[in-house]
Every structure is written in C-alpha cells, then in structure tokens.
Design a protein around this ligand. Structure first.
Ligand code: DSN
Length: 472
C-alpha cells in the first residue's frame, strides 16, 4: 500500500528522531494518540494543519535574522525575508491592517512589543531610550522605579482578571503589572457583561495612557467602537488583544463594531488559538506605530523564529481561503449549542450563554471548585481548564469556574448535535462528582469516569483527528 504524503512525512520524521532519542519519538507519537482520544475543550487550543506543522520542522530553525525584512543584522537572510514578508502580507490582507509584525514568539511577547511601541511613541524619556538598548531582564527594581518615574507612572486600564481579562493586561505576576500603574474594569455583577458606562467613568477618573480591550475568559462580544470612543475621550491609545478570537475576526464572524482592527490603534494576537496556526504572536497597527513596533527585536524579543514565521505564512494563507469563514461560524454555532445544552440541563453559566468560542461554567452550582471539576472531567476523558469567575470566592488557583471552548472540536468536524452530547457528558460528570476534604479533592466513581471516557472516545470515532496521518 502506498502511503499518502502526510503519513510519509510524519513517519519519516519520527524514524529520524527515533534513531537519536527514541523516547522523544515515542512521546510525540503518544501525544497524537492522546489528542485523538480526548475531547479537547480548552478554549485557547486548536489543531494546526499538517502543512503548518511541517513548515516548522526544518532548517529555517537554524537561521538568525534579527532586524526586519531587507534590513537584517545577519547576512544570508534572503529566504527568511521571503517567509516573513509573506506572513505579513497574508496578515495584512486577512485583517485589513496597514502593518503587520509577525516576529513575536507568543501573545505575551506581542503585548510587550505593543506596550513599548506605545510608550516610545507617546512619552519623551531618556531612561526609556537607555532601556531600549539594554536587555529588559537586566533592569533592577531600582531601574524600573526610575524608568516608571521618568515615564510618569504611565497608566493602563484593562479588563480585570476575574472578569475574563488576561495576565498581560497589567496584573502583578506579569511584567505589565510592574511597568504600569494599572487599574481594571470589571463586569456588571448581575448580567456579567461589560458595562461601557462604568468603563468610561473609570477612564475619566484614571486617565490611562493605554486602554486595553480583549479577554481570555469573557464569553461575549466586545463593542470596539464604543471602547475607541472612550479611549479618544481621555486621549488614551486603544489597544486590543484579540488572541482568543482572532479566528472569528479572520472568518468575518466579528464584523463592524466587533472587529477590532478598524477601531484600535494597535491590535495584538496569538496565531495558534481560534486562528489555528503555529504557536506564536503578531502585532497589527497603522503607519504611526509601525516604526516602533518593528523595533520589537531586540527591544523585548530575542531573534525571530524563521521556522515559525514560515508556519505563520502557511496558516494565514489557509485562513484566507473561503472555507475558513464557514469554520469560524461553526465555532460559534458549536459554542452556542454547547451553552444551550448545558443550560437545558441546569448548569449555571457566566453571562447566561455565549456569543463567541467559549463558555464559562460556574461549577459552584454543582458544589465543586474549578480544580475539582477540572480533574474529574479529565478523569473522564474531557480536557478543560479551570478559570476564575467574576468575584471568585476561590481565587485564581482553585477557582469556581470551568472554561470550555469549541475551536479544536470544530476543527475535528464535530457539529451542534455532538455539542449536545458533549454537554450531557460534562453534566453527568459534574453532577456525579462530590467535593472531598479539600478544595482540590473530590470523589467520582472510577467506573463512571471510565464509562464517560468511553462515550467521549466513541463520540470522536466518526471525527478522526488528522485523518490523513497514519503513523502505523
Ligand atoms: N494561556 C492562554 C489561555 O489559555 O487563554 C492565554 O495566554
């Protein structure tokens, strides 16, 4: 039997790896087997195409290429120029952006590039100029203090972590919380929705340099037109981190007021979530910030990863195909079907539903912490992650929420009927799990967990993952 191209490629790659370190080859094979068998509902994960995966495993990885296209600090970057220019071109076309910077290695890196570009654009500071030529990691607490003082304790207003905002939007465990004097806006305690009047009030009082919109656990659309008006009313730069929903923007599910690109001064994203590309980040902006953004390396980034930029070019080309819009719409249809299935069975959902790719279950309704629920679901073949809910009494470690998302299962081909079955499996596990003697301990009959695992795996048999890849 002759093998197809994907099977040949991955089998050959594993054979070459196995000859050097068989345990790595085995782990790679085991990862595919595990992903094939579990219901992956982590809202920030997906399955990149074989072409995207293969574009990363090659000699581009060996090349240094500090600088930008046509202006490198190393010789011999002509092929890196080709892939970086292609990735940027696809990104600009796809999102209708004037400028795209495709070098960030992750979403955090993309946000750092954006923050420093905004600071350099907006603030006159000799200390900042010094920091631009030093490694950020070399700065001491005293350096940061001096820098902040000189920068005038610049302020950032972003969505609070427990309302669904992201760590990099000014929170303590992240450098953004040290760089900026930060304040956050939350959501309405009754509806769970962003209250734009309250955001405007906070902006008027706090007068931030940067207003950040974007989230990793808010299950609703954000009106970026209103947010831009708020930013303009206080002279703030408006930044959107669209990492979670970039695929919905690319697929034209989020348009008009809900498309951040025409409204924001600067937009950051990852490329591997709903956008379905390789692990990485990206910044989009207009011509005013383009020069500063392109200084991302070496200001805050190490050398670009040409192999990942090659994969970004492939994935962005895929997202420009007409069928990507259908995929993006199915992500939301599935998310809504999952939410409806859970609600019908009595689950408590933050905001009462969803209009994007994710659903946040408040598992206190089942008498559980997020940590207990996450582990009980994992025992049952359902991969999710715990997440804080607004004003969470259990904090960010144990939490009271479970975040679930549909980009990955939608890539496998599951539809709304399967989402209802998924809701049934989740509900069964959560109703059959009881709290143990600590916030981490729980009791779930192993026979029930096995039964649900089998049902989850049966549900997936009609929707094989990487159907063209046969590792033998
Ligand atoms: N870790 C990502 C998520 O799960 O949302 C965001 O950085």
């Amino acid at each position: 039997m002759s093998l197809n191209a994907e099977s040949t490629a991955f089998r050959s790659a594993l054979e070459v790896i196995r000859a050097v370190e068989p345990r790595v080859a085995d782990a790679i094979g085991a990862e595919l087997a595990d992903q094939r068998e579990s219901l992956k509902l982590i809202a920030s994960e997906n399955y990149a195409s074989p072409a995207t995966l293969l574009a990363m495993g090659n000699w581009f990885s060996d090349k240094y290429a500090e600088g930008t296209v046509g202006r490198r600090f190393y010789a011999g970057c002509q092929n890196v120029d080709t892939v970086e220019a292609l990735a940027a071109e696809h990104a600009k076309e796809l999102f209708g952006a004037a400028h795209a910077y495709v070098q960030p290695h992750s979403g955090i890196d993309a946000n750092l590039v954006a923050f420093w570009a905004i600071l350099a654009d907006r603030v006159e500071s000799p200390a900042l100029k010094k920091a631009q030529v030093r490694q950020v990691n070399d700065l001491t607490e005293a350096d940061w203090f001096a820098l902040r003082r000189e920068l005038g304790n610049q302020r950032m207003l972003g969505m609070s972590l427990d309302a669904g905002g992201h760590l990099t939007h000014g929170f303590r465990p992240n450098i953004s919380g040290k760089m900026f004097d930060q304040r956050s806006y939350g959501t309405d305690p009754t509806t769970g929705l962003i209250d734009y009047d309250k955001v405007a009030e906070a902006a008027r009082e706090f007068k931030p340099l940067i207003l950040v919109a974007g989230y990793s656990a808010y299950p609703r659309k954000v009106n970026f037109r209103i947010m831009r008006e708020i930013a303009d009313s206080v002279g703030a730069t408006f930044m959107v981190d669209m990492a979670h929903f970039a695929g919905l923007v690319a697929g034209k599910v989020f348009t008009g007021d809900f498309d951040p690109v025409p409204h924001a001064h600067i937009v950051t994203t990852t490329t591997h979530k709903s956008l379905r590309g390789p692990r990485g980040g990206m910044v989009l902006c207009g011509p005013e910030l383009a020069g500063q953004v392109d200084r991302g390396c070496p200001m805050v980034l190490g050398g670009p990863l040409p192999h990942v930029m090659a994969a970004k070019a492939v994935a962005l080309a895929e997202a420009r195909r007409p069928d990507f819009a259908g995929y993006a719409q199915r992500i939301v249809d599935n998310s809504q079907a999952l939410a409806e299935g859970l609600l019908r069975r009595g689950a408590k959902l933050v905001t009462g539903g969803t209009d994007n790719h994710l659903v946040l279950i408040d598992v206190s309704g089942y008498g559980l912490t997020g940590r207990q629920a996450e582990q009980a679901l994992l025992d049952s073949g359902i991969v999710t992650n715990r997440n804080a809910v607004p004003q969470d009494p259990n904090g960010a470690w144990y939490t009271s929420g479970i975040r679930i998302g549909t980009p990955a299962l939608t890539t496998r081909g599951l539809g709304t009927a399967e989402m209802d079955q998924t809701a049934e499996l989740i509900h069964t596990v959560l109703t059959q799990t009881t709290s143990g003697e600590s916030k981490a301990k729980y009791v779930l009959d192993p026979a029930l967990a096995d039964k649900v695992s089998k049902q989850a795996s049966d549900l997936l048999t009609t929707f094989p993952l990487y159907p063209a890849v046969d590792l033998g």
